[in-house]
Design a protein around this ligand. Sequence first.
Ligand SMILES: NC(=O)c1ccc[n+]([C@@H]2O[C@H](COP(=O)([O-])OP(=O)(O)OC[C@H]3O[C@@H](n4cnc5c(N)ncnc54)[C@H](O)[C@@H]3O)[C@@H](O)[C@H]2O)c1
Length: 366
Amino acid sequence: MALDRPSNPEAPRLAVVGCGRFGTHHLEIFTELANAGRAQLLAAVDLDAKRRKEVEREFKVRVYADLEEMLRCETPEGVSIATPDPFHRAAALAAIKHGAHVLVEKPLATTGKDGRAMIAAAKKAGRLLQVDFHKRYDPVHLQLRDEIRAGKLGEVLYGYVHVENRITVPRDWFPAWAAKSSSSWFLGVHFYDLIRWALERDPVSVRATRQMKKLKSAGVATPDAVQAHVTFQGGAEITFQSAWCLPENFESIVNQGIRLVGTEGLSEVDTEYRGARLASGSEPHQRTMRFGFMQRVPGPGGRERTVGYGAEAIAHFAENVAAIKNGAALKDLSGHYPDGEAGLWATRIAEAADKSCAKGGAAVKV
Ligand SMILES: NC(=O)c1ccc[n+]([C@@H]2O[C@H](COP(=O)([O-])OP(=O)(O)OC[C@H]3O[C@@H](n4cnc5c(N)ncnc54)[C@H](O)[C@@H]3O)[C@@H](O)[C@H]2O)c1
């Protein structure tokens, strides 16, 4: 997919940092917006020379090796960051220093300290700090939030979340940094944020345990699974089961669902099985279709466009930058996007879960 229209000079000027598996989605969405006159995709940054060449060829933008050079030369108004987790802080601080608004892939940061530094820098500079928590844009989750806020469940008492990847994700997709992450940091944070957002309650404490068997024996020193029992304000007890150890022949790359029980009702959400399966002699296993995340559909003028909650979350950043460019104040947008504070809460839960695991499951304050 490449830019196939002259840029609209009024549209927000965007750049992407980190052009791997997920940064490519950012490039795709911004390219589509650019082709529709709703953004300009100026440039990208990646440390890997081979990837730089590939992205330049595919997206027809200059890809820099050096972030500072890109920021100096291109002066983007919005920068999206999809580097491995430990680099989010440095990239965000550099982009903010150069006056850009920032979208950061989840998790916002790998420590509460880093997250606070990012929030402080954005606040001081008056810049947007948005986190790509795309689960919030899934219509099924929006429905769940609305049910809770309408009081359909009464007071939420307890619940379970499961989110699991095939072992392929940590072992084969990013073996270079999987050991610095975990299922809790990679998958859990999405749902730590989602449940806090839906309940409108902050977390108070975490008790967590983990298992380290299968991945460790495969040479990746990271937990197979993490169970984080989070107590929220008001007493709701939610268990988040995140795992990276589903077998390779599981029917989808991810498996996820939620069950919440309250004083007046319960709600169950299965975001895995969305109504279609395929079993074919030419495929190694039956496949469940993950509709709704990112899907190509016919678009205007014979060009396809991408729809789905994963696409919406990224496009929302470009829309926010455009709104600010057109005179909106940050406070006008507040509460309408996953902000740095939300990112920080999810990071603090993941951090507390790690501490609790290290203390044999003892309760740790968030
Ligand atoms: N929103 C989601 O559901 C979702 C899904 C997958 C990954 N992610 C997040 O996206 C981020 C990237 O994950 P990924 O799977 O694309 O990883 P990846 O390893 O596929 O890609 C990372 C890319 O960043 C480049 N890079 C590394 N350090 C860099 C730096 N300092 N500056 C510029 N480029 C750098 C690498 O060369 C690579 O091309 C992570 O934070 C991850 O947690 C989010």
